[in-house]
Design a protein around this ligand. Sequence first.
Ligand code: DX5
Ligand code: ZN
Length: 214
Amino acid sequence: MAQILPSIFGANILRLQEEIQFLEAEKTEILHVDLMDGTYVNNIAFGPNQIAAMKKASSMIFDVHMMLANPERHVDDVIKTGAEMISVHYESTPHVHYIIQKIKQAGRQAGVVLNPGTPENVIEYLLDDIDYILIMTINPGQPGQTFIEKSLEKIRNTKKMVAGRSIKIEVDGGVNTDIAKKVKEAGADLIVVGGALFNKTPKESYQALRAAIQ
Ligand code: DX5
Ligand code: ZN
């Protein structure tokens, strides 16, 4: 069954604790947490110390999306946050297999992230080592962008590629209620939502998003 993963980057930073409590009251299983370094992407967000503090204050599973140059330098700190799921951009390092190995050796779920311009077949030799594939449906770094329609084809192709394996497909960027339905139909299991959830009516929006993927 597909599920919605709220992206804490879309929450109101001045009310972070209330936002986390709201998501827990709504029985959120997995929280998506962006880690941006200002180099691999322009934005800067949530370093390991902040993620560890949020993790301590929450019972949700944390899915950390590393948008970092030289992730090999930071992966140990990310593991120390306690995050159960950690993903690395395929494009961000020549050592993607090494990083996945580190995440797995630490007993966490490992994901590999694909930018919109990266074809899914480049990760063929990683399929035995990963738990999930995160397909970016916008270019990473900025919230509030428009979903790239071509992603639906990539989701369908990725679904075919992983057939027979327990690898989950996650999507991230520009998802609203209508798009949640489309990506679910294309094969997405984990659907990240930022702006379309953390708006003026989060409770209603969350309900509508969940209803759209039933
Ligand atoms: C963007 C981040 C996303 C972001 C999504 O680079 O990876 O997780 O929070 O925000 P929306 O859903 O508003 O596009
Ligand atoms: Zn993300």
